[in-house]
Design a protein around this ligand. Structure first.
Ligand code: AMP
Ligand code: ZN
Length: 115
């Protein structure tokens, strides 16, 4: 389902341009507009889910699908050295777009824990 006020729903619908990496019937992947690593892209469900807290028994299959797709895109992007998958959920985590998304960051070594 689309939320007409949602930035990422607008990207999926083509109303806002994006630098697309991959698309299928369930998900959409595009480069982050403000990259935090040499490679930084986002993978999102096409359907509107508010974030991790919006994942339910009814819609969780798309999350499994996204995690099948992520390694394929990461390999195509040359992230053989590894990568990080992040989903910020809620204010404390710094979520700014309330549509479920997975950041894939790679191309450099990363510290732990995150700030
Ligand atoms: P978060 O802060 O975890 O909710 O992640 C939202 C991400 O969306 C941030 O990394 C932003 O840089 C990214 N972002 C916001 N607007 C756009 C856009 N129009 N195209 C691509 N990425 C975007
Ligand atoms: Zn949305």
């Amino acid at each position: 389902m689309r939320d007409d006020n949602c930035l990422f729903c607008k990207i999926v619908g083509g109303d806002i341009p994006s630098n697309k990496l991959y698309e299928d019937e369930l998900c959409y992947a595009f480069y982050d507009i403000a990259p935090q690593a040499p490679t930084h892209f986002l993978v999102i469900p096409k359907t509107h889910i508010s974030g991790c807290n919006g994942v339910t028994e009814e819609n969780s299959a798309v999350v499994a699908h996204i995690f099948e797709v992520i390694p394929r895109i990461a390999a195509a992007e040359g992230l053989a050295g590894g990568y990080r998958v992040v989903s910020n959920c809620g204010a404390d985590a710094g979520q700014t777009v309330p549509h479920l998304h997975f950041h894939i960051l790679g191309g450099r070594a990363m510290g732990w824990p995150p700030g």
